[in-house]
Design a protein. Sequence first.
Length: 363
Amino acid sequence: MKYTLGLKRIDWYIIKQFLGTYIFAIVLIISISVVFDINEKIDKFLNPEVPLRAIVFDYYMNFIPYFANLFSPLFTFIAVIFFTSKLADKSEIIAMLASGVSFKRLMLPYMISAAVIAIATFVLNAFIIPPANITRIEFQNNYIKDKRVEYARDIQLEVEPGVIAYFGSYDTKSRMGYRFSLKHFEDKRLVSNLTASSIKYDTLYQWTIMDYMIRDFEGMRETITEGSRKDTTIVIIPSDFLIAVNDNETMTTPQLYTYIKRQKQRGIGNIQQFEIEYHKRYAGILAAFILTTIGASLSSRKVKGGMGLNIGIGIGLSFTYILFTTVTSTFAINGYVTPMVAAWIPNIIYSVIAIFLYTRAPR
C-alpha cells in the first residue's frame, strides 16, 4: 500500500469520507434551518425599513457559521453514523477486519478527522464567530427583537479593592444613574463615602456626579464636601452591569476569560452564562472525539435493520447529548451545579457510553 504522512490509502479514504459527509450534513441541515428561519421571520424581513443587504450579509452570512458551529456535535455524529453504516452495509468493515486491521487501528483515521473538526470548531468558537455575532445580534436587536438591557436597579459592585459603588438605578438611553454612592474602605474601616442624587456616564471611565456630598473620616474627625457638579474618573462602564442574554456570544475566549475574572473581582454574581460559555468551548474539543467513538463503535456492525436503524439511533443519541447540555446549563444558571461541572458532565457521561460501545465493537 502507498504511504503518505504515515497513513495508508484506506486511512485517507476514511478521512475523506468522514469530512466530506460532515460538510454535506452541514450544508443540508443548515439549508433547511435557513428556510425555516426565513419562514419564521418573513413578516419582519418584508418591512421596508429592513434592507435586503443587511438581511443577507449582516444576518445570514453570520447566522450560518454560528449555527453550523453550534450544532457541530450533531453534524459529527450524523457524519460518522452515516458513512460508517454505509461501509458496514457493503461489508467493507468486515473486509478490513478480516485482512488483519484491528478495530483500534481502524479508529486512527476517525480520530484524525475528529481532531480536524475539534480544532476547527474551537478556533471558530474562540476567535472568529464572536466578532461575527456582534453584527448578527445587532441586526436582531434593530429589526427582529430588541434584547438589549437598557435599565437596571440596585447595582452594587467593587470598583477596586476596598472601593464599593452602588446605583439605585441606571438607564442606558439617558446614560444616567440615580441614588449613587461610592464607599472607600481601608482595613474594613470606612474612610470616605460619596453620595450623589444622580451620575452621568460620559466616555471610558469618565463620569459626572451631580448634587453630591463627600464625607471623609479621619479618626473621630469628619470632613464634609458638597457640590452641584463634579467630573471624576470611576473605573466602571455600563456594560459591567448591563448584561444582555447574548453578550457571552460576542466575546472571544481571551476576552471571555478576562471579563469573568474582572466581574468576579468586582463581586458581580450573574455571570453564569459567561462561565458556561467559556467552559463549553473547551468541552467541545473532547466532545468531537467522544461522539466519533460512539458513532464508529455503534455503526461498524452490520445489522438487519440496515443503515436506517443506525442513523436513527445516532440522531437520537446526538439530540440527547445536545438536550443534556442544555439541561445541565440550566442547572448551573439556577445555582445547582458550578458552570464548569455543567459544561463537562455531558462529556463524562457520554465518555462512559463511548467506552462501553467501543469494547463491544466488532473485532
